[in-house]
Write a protein that binds this ligand. Structure first.
Ligand code: FES
Length: 576
């Protein structure tokens, strides 16, 4: 396929004659590229988040090689380029602080270069939304290839899951039921292959989301990172992106409102991470689709969680793949009319066509709709005088007996205050209390840290308490669990009522009624507000300052206000 059917944007670089054409081509030829590859064929960018500091993505250079094979095979020119990589485990203060920064890196790298289509190599949590947000603001043919999950963790004869068992083990250690030596043995047993967290944490959730949105090939989410079929899928993605360029199948043609609605339904069925709420709102903002928290509540309410994976359930991503992966889930949801079966995907076919014959090989892992893990999965959106603009809770990870609860507030002003206070023997707290954490929202703790699932005090863990109601403006790791109300909006640092809660106030949570109520009169709240002093982080300069000044609330996707929308592929000036 040496000749493209229509003029491609890369021809604006490589198709030039004279001095400009020489500059564009000559320096590229120092990589050993022969002259004939600049003959007007599509140029396919491979946007790579490979980094040894992002262990979940450390194998992506190998995946990129397989994408390249597919691109070459179709007669196009692959060009791999790096963007900032955000690993959850090492990056401080939190990888989420940099999601929007990476999206800028991606957007400008695509637009400023001679790229006709792009394959996005993602894995660890924020790497997926940031790459999709950046590509969506360009509206280019794009296809996501996820790095895939790690193999199941194996510890003393049983499966253990990334993150989920870290929370479990650390509580066991705090309660004196596990030794430090046991914990360090578990360390190597948990992460034993390439890939990202193999629970249904945020990475697996987002890999499922891009598949459900239609911007990744079927089975993108589930194939383990080290399974040869992951490399085959990368190869096929390389082939397919070239066809997508020829078909001008751009992201805006796939990322419709229907696609987002499908993703929300799939998130409910898989017991996906609450982080998906923020990421999908942000992606929708980039393509001009009006998506709201109400859509999450409306669409998630009647979706049963049928995928029995940690943290909500028992199994792990490897089991999910062997059971049939997302296509089996999509087929089940379609059988109840819960999906827009005609939504277009990167295959050029609809999601319904892709999944209509998908088998389910293990009804324990992907359960029948009639016997779900949780009848009403989805993400519950709560409102009330404590969260006028909404808050979220994941019912599948919560304790049924706490879904309707009234308790006395124990308030932590910051995460540091929580750490100082939580093990104080004098702390007046019991299992009926509601733990409240303030100032951990997008502005208050720049990046909105994953600290919403505050650990319980050791004295209660030792008594056998396993869950309490916790409320904050923070996020929670997708691998975590508990009756945890998150993303309270507006956040405390922006003057939300959460900032006004004091020790001893009574709070009512009623998930069924979607209610989160602070039992304090408006008059008393007004008095407290008059004395309230915002707790904003010090102005540091640099990116963090830009972030704090421009970040929107979680209910709007926590994007930077000036990044919302699609700016297309037009470059304003040529370089020389
Ligand atoms: Fe990277 Fe969990 S730490 S996916």
């Amino acid at each position: 396929m040496a000749e493209a059917k229509r003029k491609l944007r890369s021809a604006d670089w490589f198709g030039h004659q004279g001095k400009d054409g020489l500059i564009y081509r000559s320096w590229m030829r120092n990589q050993g590229l022969p002259g004939h590859v600049f003959d007007g064929r599509p140029v396919i960018g491979i946007c790579n988040t490979w980094s040894e500091l992002t262990p979940c993505n450390a194998h992506l250079r190998e995946i990129a090689e397989h994408v390249k094979r597919g691109v070459w095979e179709m007669g196009a020119l692959p060009v791999e380029f790096p963007v900032m990589s955000t690993g959850e485990t090492l990056l401080r203060p939190t990888a989420m602080l940099f999601r929007n920064l990476v999206s800028m890196d991606v957007e400008e790298s695509i637009r400023g270069n001679p790229i006709d289509g792009v394959v996005l190599l993602c894995g660890c949590d924020k790497t997926t939304p940031s790459l999709v947000m950046g590509a969506a603001s360009c509206d280019i043919p794009a296809l996501v290839v996820s790095g895939g999950p790690m193999l199941n963790g194996k510890y003393r004869g049983r499966d253990i899951g990334s993150g989920t068992d870290v929370w479990r083990f650390s509580e066991e250690v705090k309660a004196g039921r596990m030794t430090q030596a046991d914990l360090s043995e578990a360390e190597s047993c948990m992460s034993r292959s390439a890939g990202h967290c193999m629970t249904m944490g945020t990475a697996s959730t987002m890999a499922n989301m891009v598949e459900a949105l239609g911007i990744a090939l079927p089975q993108n989410a589930a194939i383990p990172a080290v399974d040869a079929r992951r490399r085959v899928m990368a190869h096929m993605a390389g082939r397919r992106i070239v066809e997508m360029v020829e078909e001008d199948l751009r992201l805006s043609k796939i990322l419709t409102k229907e696609a987002f609605e499908n993703a929300i339904r799939v998130n409910g069925a898989i017991g996906g991470s609450t982080n998906a709420v923020i990421h999908l709102l942000a992606i929708a903002g980039r393509v001009g689709v009006k998506l709201t928290l109400e859509d999450w509540d409306r669409l998630g309410r009647d979706v049963p969680t049928i995928v029995d994976l940690m943290p909500s359930g028992r199994f792990l991503m490897e089991d999910y793949y062997y059971a049939g992966g997302q296509p089996a889930v999509v087929r089940a949801l379609m059988s109840r009319g819960l999906l827009h079966a005609d939504a277009l995907t990167v295959t050029g076919k609809s999601i319904g066509e892709n999944c209509q014959d998908a088998p389910n090989w293990n009804a324990e892992v992907i359960r029948p709709l009639e016997s779900p893990l949780v009848e009403h999965g989805g993400v519950a959106v709560l409102r009330g005088n404590l969260a006028p603009d909404g808050a979220v809770l994941k019912p599948s990870a919560a304790s049924p007996e706490l879904m309707k609860h009234r308790g006395r507030a124990v308030v932590f002003k910051t995460i540091e205050h929580y750490k100082e206070r939580i093990e104080d023997p004098e702390l007046d707290i019991d299992e009926s209390c509601v733990m409240v954490l303030q100032n951990c929202g997008p502005k208050g703790y720049p990046g909105m840290a994953e600290v919403g699932n505050m650990g319980l005090p050791a004295k209660l863990l030792a008594k056998g308490v396993t869950d309490m109601v916790r409320i904050s403006d923070a996020r929670m790791s997708g691998t975590a669990y508990g009756t945890v109300v998150l993303h309270v909006c507006p956040e405390a640092a922006a003057g939300g009522p959460l900032a006004l809660v004091e020790d001893g106030d009574w709070i009512e949570l009623d998930v069924e009624a979607r209610r989160l109520h602070l039992e304090v009169t408006d008059e008393v709240l007004a008095e407290r507000r008059a004395k309230w002093v915002p707790q904003l982080p010090p102005a540091t300069g640099g990116y963090q300052q830009l972030y704090v000044q421009h970040v929107m609330q979680a209910s709007e996707g926590a994007d930077l206000d000036f990044l919302v929308g699609c700016r297309g592929m037009t470059v304003t000036r040529e370089s020389h």
